[in-house]
Structure formats: C-alpha cells, structure tokens
Design a protein around this ligand. Structure first.
Ligand code: 13P
Length: 332
C-alpha cells in the first residue's frame, strides 16, 4: 500500500474548490507514454497550472500499471527539477469500471479515481460509486462519478448513443454516493469523430457541431451550487492537426470536435475538470507523420518523438492558457 502523499501528488479537493470559485477549469490530460508525460509536466510548469494526469484502463494495459505509477512519481520530481517548487499534480484513474480496479489504483498511489457506473441502472450506479467513495475516503483519495451517458469510443469505453444527465437526479446521486465531483453528459463525446456531418451545420465551409446543452449544465449548477462538475470528451479536434495527418499519408475523415469557445464558456461555470485525450493523440501523430515524410531516412525514434513532444506541449499550453484558464493558478 502506497499513499499518494508520499509520492508528492495531491488530490483534487482544494484545486476544484479554487477552480469553481475562480471560474476556470483544471486540465485532465490522458497519458500513455513518457513523451506525453514530459509534455504535460513541461506545459504545467511553464504556465504555473495545476494538472490532472489521467490513466485509463487501456493505458494500464498498454504501458503497465506499475510503470505509469512510477512515471507519475517521476512527473512530480521532474516538475521540481524544472523549477516548480510546489507542483500540484493529480494522478487520476479515468473510467474505472469496477471497485477492484479503483482499489488497486488507490492502493498503488493514485490520488483520485473515477468510478464510471453510468451505463448501469441508477441504483446500481449509486451503490457502486458509494462503495468506491467509502474505500477511497479512508485514504483521502477523491472520487469522480458519472451520471448520464456519453456517446463515442475511448479505449475500452464505448456507447452508441448519448443520454443527457437528468438534473432531477443529481442531488440524490451526489448526496447518497458522497462523490467529490460529478461527470455529466451535455453533448460532448469521446474520440476524434464526435458528430456525423449530418448532425452538423455548414457555416462558411466549416462543419459546426450542435451546441452543448448549457441549459442542462445551468440546471445542475442550480441544484448543486458550487459542486465540482466534470466534462469528458472535450477534445476540439484541431483542423490543422487533422489536415497535417491527412497531408502526410493519413486518412481521417469527418473528424469533428467540440468548439473551443464552448469549452471556454463551460470553464467559467461549475465545470472544473475538462478531459482531453484525442487532441494529444492528434498532435503526436501529426508531428510524427510530418517528420517521417520530410526525413524518410530517419529511424531513431528520438528524431520523430522530439517534435511530437514539442507539438503536444504547444497544444497543452494552448488549452491551459486560452481555453481552460488555469494558468497561474497554483496554490500560493
Ligand atoms: P476526448 O476523446 O474528447 O479527448 O475525451 C477524452 C476523455 O474524456 C477521457 O476520459
């Protein structure tokens, strides 16, 4: 059993309180590789932002759970080496699908976990989330739970259709589970193909997706004043990255994300954690494809992973500064 505090990590409680009060959101970036981890830490240190580094079940299967845990510990040391005396880094389990998985993460030093019972009948979702909260809170680990279903595919989580969160359920759910934050469904979805072209409107040659259901978000805020709300599926799928991928041999058709203005607006509300994974994948792939196309003789991974890391770092900084507004928000 390792406690996250011994690894220099923090839970989400204080940073969420400040984010809700301050009208900004904390970035939650997924990572699977060393380059993603380095880029996240460099971006957070340069912008003086708290950051959530999250690991999905798929990431644990890909990179090995123990290695990821040590990478998070390394992230804290690296942030300090880069000049940040008191980094605020959360190691979070994204989309935990069982009590056992959440317990395993808590026992190995995660400071925050998500239990995703959103696909279960309501009472089962409540019971599962409550069980995880009871275990996690013994170690001061914070818990995110979810109500409502997001469409899309992400690692091992997929749903064909979205079901918006029902505001009439949120008080009962938050009270009975004791969760620390609530992920809601208001029209975001996982992956780089969030909407079909048919769901969008064509404005000046650009496909504009349907707006997020801000009315539902505001109703939820009224029911749970000041309670931390989480948005999953919030990549904006930048067209320049998609175009670079396609220009250098890729084939990404109809890739559509959430417009950044809408995420900016959401960040000003009780939404205090915004999950971004696909944009990092796109930034990495675009840079690697471009590098290899322009330097066909290169075969040392460092030659193409360096620009990939730079491109991800640029994207993370952009999100922190221009979309979520968490720059300069480290605790005094
Ligand atoms: P994106 O696929 O939009 O990046 O969403 C990631 C996410 O929500 C991780 O839980």
């Amino acid at each position: 059993m390792v406690n996250y505090k011994d690894l220099g990590l923090v839970n989400t409680r204080e940073m969420f309180k400040r984010a809700v009060a301050g009208g900004y959101a904390i970035p939650a970036f997924n990572f699977n590789t060393m380059e993603q981890m380095q880029a996240i830490v460099m971006a957070a240190v340069e912008t003086k932002s708290p950051v959530i580094m999250q690991v999905s079940k798929g990431a644990r299967n890909y990179a090995n759970a123990t290695i990821l845990r040590y990478m998070a510990e390394g992230a804290v040391a690296y942030a300090k080496e880069l000049g940040c005396a008191h980094p605020e880094i959360v190691l979070h389990l994204d989309h935990g699908d069982s009590f056992e998985l959440c317990k395993d993460c808590i026992d190995m030093g995660f400071s925050s976990v998500m239990i995703d019972g959103s696909h279960l009948p309501y009472e089962e979702n409540v019971a599962l989330a409550k069980k995880v909260v009871e275990y996690a809170h013994q170690f001061d680990v914070t818990v995110e739970a979810e109500l409502g279903v997001l469409a899309g595919v992400e690692d091992e989580v997929s749903a064909a259709e979205s079901h918006y969160t029902k505001p009439e359920e949120v008080i009962d759910f938050a009270t009975r589970t004791g969760c620390d934050s609530l992920a809601i469904s208001i029209g975001t979805s996982h992956g780089a193909h969030k909407f079909t072209p048919e769901q969008c409107t064509l404005v000046n040659g650009v496909l504009v997706p349907p707006p997020l259901a801000f009315d539902i978000l505001h109703e939820i805020e009224k029911k749970l004043p000041g309670f931390p709300i989480v948005l999953h599926g919030s990549s904006s799928v930048p067209m320049d990255e998609v175009n670079t991928i396609n220009q250098y041999g890729g084939k990404l058709e109809a890739a559509i994300g959430i417009p950044e203005e809408q995420l900016r607006e959401a960040s000003k509300s009780a939404v205090c954690k915004i999950n971004i994974d696909s944009d990092s994948r796109l930034a990495m792939t675009a840079a690697i494809r471009k590098h290899l196309a322009e330097h066909p003789g290169d075969f040392d991974p460092r030659q193409y992973l360096k620009p990939a890391r730079e491109n991800m770092k640029k994207m993370y900084i952009h999100k922190i500064v221009n979309v979520l507004g968490s720059d300069g928000k480290l605790a005094e």
